[in-house]
Design a protein around this ligand. Structure first.
Ligand SMILES: CC(C)(COP(=O)(O)OP(=O)(O)OC[C@H]1O[C@@H](n2cnc3c(N)ncnc32)[C@H](O)[C@@H]1OP(=O)(O)O)[C@@H](O)C(=O)NCCC(=O)NCCS
Length: 199
């Protein structure tokens, strides 16, 4: 389990957390922002199978939780880590379908379903920790993110943390009768380490 200033990143529990993701998928606004979201809200059986299938890939998927006030937790042998940390407010996924081992490149999915958790700097904390983990621990060379062009919060944030716009997938997404571009961003390890003053 990892942590940043205000957040805890714990392993996604494929037995229990998938239900939270099913609930989030019933939020239309959330599904419209997430480029990896299914077309319609999935059944819990579908979601469970999806994550059961991906569990053996062992690629990191994190439930993002608020750090308890009592951090660091002093857990006894009978304490439940998942209860102690609380439910996820967001997800950080190093997406298996976009993970290129040979070229050490990966695309992330990041988001918080409930708008009340947005606009408080958590998104910045998540992406900054994802870079640290991705470049320092997974030895990635490139981290990418794809957002829809109307997602101004996401696009502003990716720029703010030093990502570069690589290009656009033209009119890839139909939303309420209008076509929108996908905007592809990335950051390279040398750019990240240079920003951290480690070049
Ligand atoms: C995109 C998302 C992860 C950003 O996280 P966040 O916690 O809301 O953003 P932060 O509070 O860290 O803000 C980061 C910057 O973005 C800006 N920002 C936040 N919300 C914004 C909004 N609605 N419009 C424009 N800019 C916004 C902030 O102003 C901040 O810049 P500043 O410090 O210069 O003011 C979050 O809004 C989210 O989960 N959205 C729903 C799912 C989603 O869109 N995921 C990304 C899919 S690619």
């Amino acid at each position: 389990m990892f942590n940043s200033k205000r957040l805890v990143f714990r392993a996604f529990n494929f037995e229990t957390d998938y239900n939270t993701l099913v609930q989030w998928q019933y939020n239309d606004e959330w599904r419209e922002f997430m480029t990896s979201a299914p077309l319609t809200p999935p059944s819990s059986e579908w979601m469970k199978n999806l994550y059961a299938e991906r569990a053996p890939t062992a690629l990191p998927m994190f439930a993002v939780c608020l750090k308890p006030e009592t951090w660091p937790l002093a857990l006894g042998p009978d304490d439940n880590l998942f209860k102690a940390v609380g439910p996820p407010i967001g997800v950080l996924n190093f997406m298996p379908a976009r993970f290129d081992f040979k070229n050490r490149s990966c695309e992330l999915a990041i988001g918080m379903s409930d708008p009340k958790h947005r606009g408080q700097g958590y998104g910045k904390e998540i992406i900054e920790w994802a870079f640290e983990y991705g470049f320092d621990q997974l030895a990635l060379h490139r981290i990418a993110l794809l957002s829809y062009s109307f997602n101004s919060a996401a696009i502003k944030l990716w720029r703010k943390v030093g990502m570069t716009e690589e290009g656009r997938l033209r009119k890839i997404y139909l939303r309420h009768g209008e076509w929108y571009d996908g905007v592809q961003f990335s950051i390279l390890e040398e750019e990240y380490f240079s920003r951290r003053g480690m070049a």
